[in-house]
Design a protein around this ligand. Structure first.
Ligand code: NAI
Length: 333
């Protein structure tokens, strides 16, 4: 059967185009048109005539949009990401639209970024960089702590948490963890209760998904249980942390450092250059006003290897779907 699959990619960045164009070379009959614009009720009509659309996690796939896609006879949405809390799955299924994602592309990429944040806030790299550029070679305010011999607490030991546990172990840290389903293969990890993890950890790194059950897992009560001088890293989802309580905890000098790749209310900021905007809320500014807080903008996934893998699996998802043999493990249910 000769393939002729046309995909429209919304909100395509240069790095998306590069990685997808390389991956397309292996899939004859699949073409992608790239749009800078995001998918919205105003732009969904551009998808008319395509077989599938491709979007990222920051795009809201609402009922209204899904209804339009169904009218255009589009029955496949390709998520070029792992997360899918942006999609009304039930409604998509009702409309006969299959949603496919990339469940795992490079857990190491996210874990390495988590450790990069931990190291940066611990050794004040974000401040040292600016100081030295200004010819300020003084060391005041730059003292860190050794991670060697300290305790790392990993919350969620799935694909990414497992990589983070391995990295922390490699640093000579004692690794403790909490997960609803402990991973028996991690023989160097001690599974403990959540309370014990909060009480014992010098570094806490979040790697569980955001669910109803763990909404605001980090809040004033759990912060109170943590050691003074703890380092907190979140590369998972903003909803895991109650930002107001975190800010209060920072003011109370609970934290040695806080590294966030994700935060509540990041929605309008993610991947946008908003240099000239007056932001809608002050959360980000308040967090950034603290010298021991470092924020990156949802970039933990951003490595060449991860982009290559995302492109490869996304196109494969489309190819196999239109061949009538979809990889069911990648279908969101
Ligand atoms: P995974 O599904 O492999 O692992 C998640 C683990 O969390 C599982 O072992 C699960 O049992 C555990 N878990 C679920 N609920 C829990 C709870 N309430 N308490 C403790 N553990 C719980 O997922 P993976 O691939 O490791 O991803 C983790 C998270 O990382 C994703 O859900 C996503 O939010 C985030 N992520 C962030 C990226 C970024 O660029 N910053 C990129 C990709 C993922």
């Amino acid at each position: 059967m000769k393939m002729d699959v046309k995909i429209l990619m919304y909100d395509a960045k240069n790095y998306d185009k590069e990685s997808f164009n390389i991956a397309l070379k292996n899939y004859e009959g699949v073409t992608i048109d790239y749009l800078d614009t995001e998918l919205s009720l105003q732009t969904v009509y551009l998808a008319k005539g395509y077989n599938a659309i491709c979007i990222f996690v920051n795009c809201q796939l609402t009922k209204e949009i899904l209804k339009k896609l169904a009218n255009y006879k589009i029955n496949l949405v390709l998520l070029r990401c792992a997360g899918y809390n942006n999609v009304d799955i039930e409604y998509a299924n009702k409309k006969g639209i299959t949603i496919m994602r990339v469940p795992a592309y490079s857990p190491e990429a996210i874990a390495e970024h988590a450790m990069a944040l931990a190291l940066a806030v611990n050794r004040h790299i974000h401040k040292a960089y600016i100081k030295v550029r200004e010819n300020n070679f003084a060391l005041t305010g730059l003292t860190g702590i050794n991670l060697y011999g300290k305790t790392a607490g990993i919350i969620g030991t799935g694909k990414i948490g497992t990589c983070m546990a391995r990295i922390c172990h490699g640093f000579g840290m004692k690794v403790i963890a909490y997960d609803l389903y402990p991973n028996k293969n991690l023989d160097y990890v001690e599974y403990v209760s959540l309370d014990e993890l909060f009480q014992r950890s010098d570094l806490i790194s979040l790697h569980c998904p955001a669910t109803k059950e763990n909404y605001h897992l980090i809040n004033k009560d759990t912060i109170a249980k943590m050691k003074n001088g703890v380092i907190l890293i979140n590369t998972s989802r903003g909803l895991l942390v109650n930002t107001a309580d975190l800010i209060q905890g920072i003011r109370n000098k609970k934290f040695f450092g806080v590294g966030l790749d994700v935060y509540e209310e990041e929605g309008d900021n993610v991947f946008e250059n908003r240099e000239d905007d007056i932001l809608e809320h002050s959360t980000t500014s308040r967090l950034l006003s603290f010298p021991n807080v470092l924020i990156t903008s949802h970039q933990a996934f951003l490595t060449e290897e991860a982009l290559h893998s995302i492109a490869q699996i996304t196109i494969e998802n489309a190819y196999d779907f239109f061949l009538g043999k979809p990889n069911t493990a990648n279908i969101v249910k």
